[in-house]
Ligand binder design. Structure first.
Ligand code: NAD
Ligand code: PRE
Length: 302
């Protein structure tokens, strides 16, 4: 691939930032990837692992060196850092393009709008729909984004050049880039990602608190494992997401609760036909999703 920019700065070198850094270095999108963070050991580890080319603890140094700055910290920290970065770049004649990988977009858009007189044209918010229950730079993988979607949530004020550059960056990491409004993104992700994590945490926590928890976990097998893998995810990350996407998450929880109550009634009434209908509908939808996953895996290996 033809090198598109000189330098990309990753703010927060964990699973998401480290995986992007690795992918961009591997495919030659940029000449250099710089890591910035608040803790030297994980940046040093990133350097040892070859995830980044250099690191700095000085935010201004990272901003002045970078053509693209990608904020990859937990969601609430991302809003604080974004405001700080905008204060340092707003007056620059040629600010770097700024983007992010955080799981919620509404809080970042609001933070940018209240920090600046006008929404900065060079800020393009985004979210890779790929990840895992693991975190930290050690978990970074250069193929994490291959054949996964990245949702960009451009606003009217965005410059087309900044949007194109951020799209190219994610495409270079192997992702399929799509666009959505901020509100649509936050509603869709509340349903498909934030609600399942809340349910997995709630189920594991409820069972762990029970008097028979030892026996329950000893008797659990594949079904429990598959349903609850994501309850091993980082609690800080998910606390931040639940706060940042509060309104959409509450709506998703309430809608789910209605469905659960319907199913509860069907169990109470031994409504065999109703249950069969629900389970058949869900199985069909899950089988279709499994086919999409299989296609994605095949594309990764071919
Ligand atoms: N893990 C996933 O599956 C996934 C998927 C898509 C998006 N995301 C989003 O991406 C972001 C990063 O997630 P992750 O899984 O890479 O987390 P992570 O814990 O692996 O990495 C976060 C990094 O941010 C750094 N950090 C924390 N506070 C900081 C601060 N004040 N200043 C500078 N650096 C700081 C940490 O040291 C760490 O290196 C989150 O916003 C998350 O919601 C995660
Ligand atoms: O695969 C996982 O373990 C994930 O949790 C990834 C996952 C999700 O699918 O919910 C988690 C958070 C994101 O913002 C995007 C992707």
């Amino acid at each position: 691939m033809k090198t598109r920019v000189e330098t990309v700065a990753i703010i927060g070198l964990g699973l998401i930032g480290g995986s992007l850094a690795k992918a961009l270095k591997d495919n030659g999108f940029c000449r250099e990837v710089i890591g910035y963070g608040h803790r030297e050991p994980s940046l040093r580890r990133g350097l040892e692992l070859g995830v980044i080319d250099s690191f700095t603890l000085d935010l201004d140094a990272a901003l002045s060196a970078a053509d693209i700055v990608v904020i990859c910290t937990p969601t609430l920290v991302a809003a604080e850092i974004l405001v700080d970065i905008l204060a340092r770049t707003e007056a620059l004649e040629q600010p770097p393009v700024i983007t992010d990988g955080a799981s919620v977009k509404g809080n970042l858009e609001r933070a940018a709008r209240s920090a600046c007189k006008e929404f900065p044209p060079y800020l393009v918010l985004g979210h890779p729909i790929a990840g895992s229950e693991r975190s930290g730079v050690e978990a970074a993988r250069s193929d994490l984004y291959v054949n996964h979607r990245v949702i960009l949530t451009p606003v009217a004020e965005n410059s087309s050049e900044a949007l194109a550059l951020v799209s190219d960056m994610w495409a270079a990491a192997g992702a399929t880039v799509v666009q959505m409004t901020v509100a649509r993104h936050d509603a869709v992700l509340a349903a498909t990602s934030h609600l399942p994590h809340v349910l997995a945490y709630a189920l594991v926590d409820a069972l762990a608190e029970s008097d028979e928890s030892d026996e329950i976990f000893r008797c659990a097998a594949g079904g429990f494992r598959d349903f609850t893998r994501i309850a091993s995810s980082d609690p800080v990350m998910w606390r931040d997401i639940a706060i940042a996407n509060k309104a959409a998450l509450l709506q998703a929880i309430d809608q789910f609760n209605e469905h659960l109550q319907q199913l509860r009634r069907a169990v109470v009434e031994e409504d065999a036909a109703g249950m069969h209908e629900t389970f058949t509908r869900a199985k069909q939808a899950r089988d279709e999703f499994a086919a999409i996953l299989a296609e994605r895996e095949q594309a990764k290996t071919s």
